[in-house]
Ligand binder design. Structure first.
Ligand code: TMP
Ligand code: ASP
Length: 240
């Protein structure tokens, strides 16, 4: 496998081509971004921490039968992934009320939900990722009814694997965001997770103290962002 030209530079990762059009290199940078790219910084060790964190979680998901684009770690900051045709929506599952849901409905952050709530958002920084429903997605052609069902089932299945994984480490999985798509070498097959799972895209609270251990530390200027990501990693068994 040979790494070739840069294809896409996102807010925290850069994607490179390889000699195989169906395989890409995902490079985790030290950049952190929030509020649709309006707040940015660089945090030492972020890239290597998230690369390893993600690889560990993808391994646990694969062991539970959840397919993702992740293939293998290449080096400290890079992993090999399948090239994907992504659906333009973000899937959020919430176990505890926080963030935009707390604000939207005027419910206190920290309110535990009797069962997980699923939400769809349109992936668009320019529009600030608006909440959308199944009809918007199906009728406006962003995904089929079948894909909508697959996204919901897969996002909930991830919760069934990761909520207990974090709970065993004394950490509450409050909410998380996932994106799905089709591998370019299997465009008609089942939907595959085409996203990372790191503290950048979820909320993790210490179960005892309630301390935030995720990207809210950056959004809310709480400090110690990467030390807390690394503490989560150590507690769940990620080899750092
Ligand atoms: P929210 O409370 O801002 O709607 O976010 C819910 C969860 O999803 C939270 O863990 C952050 C994550 N998320 C992202 O990582 N990126 C996004 O673009 C959105 C909308 C949410
Ligand atoms: N909306 C997410 C956040 O606030 C990601 C982003 O800004 O693009 O962190």
């Amino acid at each position: 496998m040979e790494k070739r030209q840069e294809l896409y530079r996102g807010k925290a990762k850069t994607v490179y081509a390889t000699d195989d059009p169906n395989t890409l290199v995902m490079h985790y940078r030290d950049d952190v971004s929030a509020f649709d790219g309006t707040k940015v910084a660089q945090l030492a060790q972020k890239g290597e921490t998230n690369n390893r964190f993600n690889a560990y979680v993808m391994g646990r998901l694969a062991a539970a039968g959840i397919r993702s684009h992740f293939i293998r770690v290449l080096n400290e900051r890079e992993s090999l992934v399948k090239a994907m045709k992504m659906l333009p929506v973000e899937c959020v599952v919430r176990n505890v009320v926080a963030g935009s849901m707390a604000k939207r409905y005027g419910i206190a952050e920290g309110t535990t939900l009797p069962e997980p709530i699923f939400e769809f958002f349109l992936k668009s920084d320019a529009l600030h990722d608006p909440l959308v429903n199944d009809d918007h997605i199906r009728i406006l052609g962003w995904a089929t009814a079948h894909e909508i069902g697959e996204m919901k089932a897969l996002t909930h299945k991830v919760n069934d694997v990761l909520k207990p994984l974090f709970a065993h480490a004394g950490i509450t999985l409050v909410d998380y965001k996932l994106e799905f798509g089709h591998p370019t070498d299997d465009l008609r097959g089942v939907l595959v997770l085409g996203d990372e799972f790191t503290p950048d895209g979820c909320r993790l609270w210490d179960a005892q103290s309630g301390e935030k251990m995720d990207k809210d530390r950056f959004r809310r200027d709480l400090g110690d962002v990467i030390p807390k990501y690394r503490e989560v990693a150590t507690r769940i068994g990620v080899p750092l």
